[in-house]
Design a protein around this ligand. Sequence first.
Ligand code: HEM
Ligand SMILES: *[C@@H]1O[C@H](CO)[C@@H](O)[C@H](O)[C@H]1NC(C)=O
Ligand SMILES: *[C@@H]1O[C@H](CO)[C@@H](O)[C@H](O)[C@H]1NC(C)=O
Ligand SMILES: *[C@@H]1O[C@H](CO)[C@@H](O)[C@H](O)[C@H]1NC(C)=O
Length: 484
Amino acid sequence: MASLTLVLLYLAISSLIFSVVKQVLSWRKTRRLQGRFPGPRLFPIVGRVHDVPRFSPWLKFKEWADEYGPIYYTRALHQPFIIVSGQQIAEELLVKRGDIYSGRPQLRCIINHKEGPAYVALMDRHDTWRTQRKWAHAAVTKAYRHHFYGHVETEMKRYLGLLLLDPALFLDYTREFSGRIMSRLAWDDATQGRANGDSANQTLHCMSASGPLPNTVTPLWHLPGFMNPWYKFEVRRQREQRAWWLNNYRLAKDRMLRGDLPADTWAYRYFEQLRRDGGNESLEQAEDQEVFASCMIGFLNLIGVVPVSGLLKFFLMAMAVHPEWQKKAQARLTAGVMIKKGTIILACEWAMNRVPSTYPDGDNFRPERWLEPGWPTYQEPLTRYPNFREGFGMHTFGWGRRTCLGQNIVDGEVFVFGAATLWAFNLSQKRCPRTGEPVPIDTQATNSHVILEPLPYQINIKVRSEKRGRQVLEGYNEVRTGRY
Ligand code: HEM
Ligand SMILES: *[C@@H]1O[C@H](CO)[C@@H](O)[C@H](O)[C@H]1NC(C)=O
Ligand SMILES: *[C@@H]1O[C@H](CO)[C@@H](O)[C@H](O)[C@H]1NC(C)=O
Ligand SMILES: *[C@@H]1O[C@H](CO)[C@@H](O)[C@H](O)[C@H]1NC(C)=O
């Protein structure tokens, strides 16, 4: 199969001419690099693209890491790669030498993301990035100090109610849950949560190797406009997304001017600063300033959706597939013992890596690695660990100057979600009505985006008692009004 792909690639040689030219130009540099690092055998021109799958490429990278070690060299067409699979080496390069290694590569199908003003996570390190990161960091920190103003709990009540009323739609509701929290924080408009999730999903598709073809076969991007569907699609997508952000920004501004925008929104925070620091009472801005601010707030609102919903969907799956752990978690919830924030978070495993010395049996769901002494990742006290803010495994949130700004939000959302869902419901695998056998769930199947969600799966969601059902509906009723 791989060799067939190789032959096909060589047959498609005309579209590769561009990359040949680039390669010849960078010939000497490449050869020098190659001399130093181990790595898989590289083929002329294509390097090693033909057997790196567009879906789940990390499986291949891991296979090569097992063979060539924690740092190795490979090349996809003209693009050289160093693949790092060891924590220490990553620390050495991405943190200690972060001055050199904190930029971003061009994602072929996203236009101008290195420059901005949209997509702070994808920008190079320059003033636009610095300004936006600093602002976003302060905004998120303030929200964390106020426990996200109770929005996580409010949305949780709504989520539990919807789960009770229509459990078959749980995947949609889960994405909406994190989307609504972010849009509430951004502009006081949780009703945008669904659009927010859809927009995030589409953006991730366009960013991913598994997405549009030119992300992997980059020369295709240089086809002239009339025969380049990817370019046309992307121009439209970005225009619509930015118009949506700008519209929300202007709506929020109108409300601010009417005195009708809650002070706990990121938009309010921005307008208040504009008045204070800019002395601009009427909040008038040039169009490019509005675009800058709306992209900054819009993207912060967007980026917080899928990492969380992906994690939560895997959590629900893990609970349905591992009833013994569900039982343990539920027993903890009902023991009357005060459960402090951060005590039971079972889902960390899914996001963590698989270095055997740190994560023995890393391919399997073993939450006891966080809960029982003797495991390398175990940390005391259990009233504090594990959590998503500190301790082992935080490399999942990135490195050095570019680390994630959302750890606090994740910690809050995941804890409340896990505890509340298991308090209210029993989750289990569907059973075949004829044989009674559990319907298998492919726990490895994902959408293969840069930020993962599982592919759709089905489970039973059953309320644990009539009383809890009533409590869920009461909670749902409380939050059903107004803008919700
Ligand atoms: C489990 C959930 C999450 C995970 C695993 C995660 C992981 C990451 C990773 C790996 C990066 C890139 C770091 C690097 O390049 O070294 C990142 C960047 C970022 N994340 Fe998250 N994230 C999560 C949730 C969130 C949430 C809820 C927010 C909402 C505020 C958020 C906001 C950001 C921002 C703004 C950046 C860009 C930082 C920069 O480029 O300077 N993340 N995240
Ligand atoms: C996410 O986007 C992909 C690609 O655009 C699409 O096929 C898929 O249906 C979307 N999924 C959801 C849940 O919106
Ligand atoms: C507010 O700022 C805008 C753009 O910078 C400017 O056009 C407008 O005149 C300013 N208004 C006041 C009252 O300063
Ligand atoms: C829920 O699961 C627990 C075990 O975790 C079981 O004892 C209980 O009977 C189940 N309740 C319902 C309503 O299925």
